[in-house]
Design a protein around this ligand. Structure first.
Ligand SMILES: NC(=O)c1ccc[n+]([C@@H]2O[C@H](COP(=O)([O-])OP(=O)(O)OC[C@H]3O[C@@H](n4cnc5c(N)ncnc54)[C@H](O)[C@@H]3O)[C@@H](O)[C@H]2O)c1
Length: 352
């Protein structure tokens, strides 16, 4: 399969195809290329349609829709967050997404996004750290060693030059899984018995835990001068990871303030607490890190433009790799007004 011939046939990237694509490109190259695509889109931030994601909350978790458009392409992601799923043998986060042609509204791609979300979250985190962490950062603590953890570790290795990892999870087997998976990656991995131990000597602290409530993964005394915090796990109303005092001492960088103020660590702060938007740092409109003792915090929640970039990146790989299936998704009769005629003719060709 090399070209996508008919508009009514939608390329579909399954989980199997996504995994093959990641290995075809190479996981670290994939993260680097994806981060470059995300950066390209952050640099043209102002042209995108933007809104906080549409969330449907329940006592078990959340289901969210994340749409955006650059005027030429339209994308959306369906994603859930159910921290209790893991205990029942399921993923906390699953996702799929669609990319469409704004000109005719036809979808141009349907893709799995559970793996792609882990990759795009890690790529965005590392991209932010490239601007915000001290350039001599080599050691990263990762607190929460679940599905996202290895992706974060590899993105920070590929994009920021992290060489040493200090892992902590309340469930030791998660840290052991992480160490096993990263064997041969070139990362030097240490397992720790507490968050406090994990952050010792860390230049970067990534928190990526899952809980359905406000937790205190990091307290103020654990964060020394010059550290960059990549706070990934707090991404829903009533779901945070950092003690409020850390926020008061940090310079805070966010994706899209109207969404982050609802979902991020800054939901703990007054509505006008100062934050800097990451795209402004990337375009040189705002300052990132200004000195080596400053504490920088990327209050990550995940924004629709990152998913749009990820879908755009995957779509661009289709023709070259052929790693997709053709999905008969859109009814598209030759005579556009003869939709019923198309249905009628299908009866006579023996479908009953
Ligand atoms: N910001 C974003 O863009 C983004 C993207 C994807 C996922 N997330 C969030 O990241 C979090 C992790 O996602 P995941 O898919 O890795 O989940 P997961 O369920 O696979 O892993 C979470 C891990 O956190 C550990 N944990 C829970 N409480 C802890 C604590 N107090 N201290 C240390 N470890 C603790 C669990 O034991 C588990 O191993 C979720 O909250 C998810 O919503 C954010």
């Amino acid at each position: 399969m090399t070209a996508i011939a008919n508009l009514n046939i939608v390329p579909f990237v399954s989980v199997d195809h996504m995994m093959k694509l990641v290995w075809r490109v190479g996981v670290e190259s994939f993260l680097i290329e994806l981060a470059a695509t995300i950066e390209e889109d952050f640099r043209r931030w102002e042209i995108f349609d933007k809104s906080p994601r549409i969330a449907s909350h329940s006592s078990d978790g959340v289901i969210e829709l994340m749409p955006t458009s650059d005027g030429t392409l339209y994308g959306f992601k369906y994603v859930n967050g159910h921290p209790k799923n893991m205990r029942q043998g399921r993923q906390t986060v699953t996702a799929f997404g669609v990319l469409s042609d704004v000109g005719n509204g036809y979808p141009m791609l349907l893709s799995e996004m559970t793996i792609l979300t882990a990759l795009r979250t890690a790529a965005t985190s590392a991209l932010a750290a490239k601007y915000l962490a001290r350039p001599d950062s080599h050691t990263m603590a990762v607190i929460g060693n679940g599905a996202q953890a290895e992706f974060q570790a590899l993105a920070f290795k590929a994009l920021c030059g992290v060489t040493h990892l200090r892992l902590y999870d309340i469930d030791r087997s998660a840290s052991e899984k992480c160490r096993r998976n990263l064997a041969g990656s070139g990362l030097d991995v240490t397992l720790c018995t507490s968050s406090q131990e994990a952050v010792e000597g860390a230049d970067i602290i990534t928190t990526v835990t899952a809980d359905k409530q406000c937790a205190t993964i990091l307290t103020d005394n654990m964060v020394g001068p010059g550290v960059h915090i990549n706070a990934v796990g707090g991404d829903c109303p009533g779901k945070t990871e950092l003690h409020r005092d850390i926020l008061s001492r940090s310079d805070i960088f966010v994706e899209y303030p109207p969404q982050t103020r609802i979902e991020g660590e800054i939901q703990q702060m007054p509505a006008d607490h100062p934050v800097t938007e990451l795209w402004e740092v990337m375009t040189g409109r705002a300052l990132g890190r200004s000195d080596s003792r400053q504490i920088t915090l990327f209050d990550s929640v995940g924004f629709a433009i990152e998913d749009f970039s990820a879908l755009r990146y995957v779509r661009a790989k289709l023709t070259e790799t052929g790693l997709y299936a053709e999905l008969d998704l859109l009814a598209d009769p030759d005579e556009p007004r003869d939709l019923y005629g198309m249905l009628l003719r299908s009866k006579t060709v023996g479908s009953v």
